[in-house]
Design a protein around this ligand. Structure first.
Ligand code: ACO
Length: 323
């Protein structure tokens, strides 16, 4: 009997039309284009329109991924949405996206792991497919972080942006060509909660709240935790890190992603970086970066991709896939 694999059949992305520059931000808080670019690598980020919700961004990315896969939503039996900025406290943004896509079959739910959300959603859908509970899945990372930023706090509001990315996974009896999700590695440790959190919620405060972060503390943990997860994953998969074709990190900060690459001796030309244009789009950042590199021809079918992320919780992890 051959194993069932989750093949990445299509990828799509969506960014809101409005682009906010660092200069525009320097009119809102005391900051400068030089400071933001030097400390983070970010030049611009996209901001959702007032009437544009996380589900709308997710729907656009999902439609693009379905087109890319040559499929319609009728062929999808699982929708997993990674988001920390849902349209509403409930229902899940995944069911709102399901309805907006015109589907009424299968199952749809959200996973909440903040910036690691896409990896958690990918691992969830991969496991559903491997165990035969789903034949196809839409895995979506969609965020409107602009809605939970404190626009008077220069230490956080300059870092984030809005966007969505999606992949279609289909069950495949493999590995004829080895394409698909190879292995995922997820970690969390709740004792770091106060370094990165939102100070509101339905039960604790009955408000939405704002993002709070001790950025330099998060930075201190990020490189080691992420690199450790990637090393464990590579060992579990029996694939040396030097074999990867593309490193697609969560786009938090250019210094973090280059720091991880340096620690693991990944050459700079293998690093996919979109943080300069997108900022940190949390759960959307990995599929947004991957989509950009697929569209510009860098990532090709059969290439070996290593993804990683760390986010609020802390949650962190890594995933290996052959595109
Ligand atoms: N403009 C100008 N000055 C600023 C700004 C700003 N936007 N923000 C902070 N500063 C000042 C600080 O007030 C401080 O001034 P002081 O020395 O007078 O006190 C100085 O710059 C240095 O501040 P640090 O916080 O030490 O700066 P650092 O080099 O650490 O950079 C940053 C800050 C960019 C936030 C960095 O720490 C970082 O990227 N951290 C990780 C963020 C991250 O990865 N988050 C994880 C994912 S997010 C998620 O899961 C939701």
């Amino acid at each position: 009997m051959t194993d069932t694999f989750a093949r990445i059949a299509g990828i799509g992305a969506y960014l809101p039309a409005r682009v906010m520059t660092n200069d525009e931000l320097s009119g809102i808080v005391e900051t400068s284009d030089d400071w933001i670019r030097e400390r983070t690598g970010i030049s611009t980020r996209h901001i959702a329109a007032d009437d544009e919700f996380t589900s709308d961004l997710g729907v656009q990315a999902a439609k693009a991924a379905l087109d890319d896969a040559g499929m319609t939503v009728a062929g999808i039996d699982l929708i997993v949405v990674a988001t920390a900025t849902p349209d509403l406290t409930f229902p899940a943004t995944a069911t709102i996206i399901q309805e907006k896509l015109g589907s009424d079959h299968g199952a749809a739910f959200d996973v909440h792991a903040v910036c690691s959300g896409f990896l958690y959603a990918l691992a969830t859908a991969d496991n559903f497919i491997r165990c035969g509970q789903a034949k196809s899945a839409l895995v979506i990372g969609a965020e409107t972080f602009s809605r939970i930023l404190d626009w008077t706090d220069r230490t956080t509001c300059v870092l984030f942006g809005d966007g969505a990315g999606a992949v279609v996974l289909t069950a495949d009896q493999g590995p004829q060509d080895g394409q698909g999700v190879i292995k995922t590695h997820l970690r969390s440790d709740g004792k770091f909660r106060e370094l990165l959190y939102v100070d509101g919620g339905p039960s604790a405060t009955r408000t939405v709240g704002h993002l709070r972060m001790q950025g330099n503390q998060v930075f201190r943990h990020a490189v080691n935790k992420i690199a450790g997860s990637m090393e464990e994953l590579a060992e579990m998969a029996g694939i040396p890190i030097e074999d990867i074709d593309w490193f697609v990190p969560h786009q938090a900060n250019e210094r973090i992603l280059q720091g991880v690459a340096r620690k693991l001796a990944i050459p700079v030309e293998k690093v996919i970086s979109t943080v300069g244009r997108h900022g940190n789009t949390s759960a959307a950042s990995i599929p947004l970066a991957m989509e950009a590199a697929v569209r510009d021809g860098r990532i090709k079918r059969g290439d070996l991709i290593l993804m990683e992320a760390l986010g609020g919780g802390f949650t962190w992890g890594a995933a290996l896939a052959r595109y």
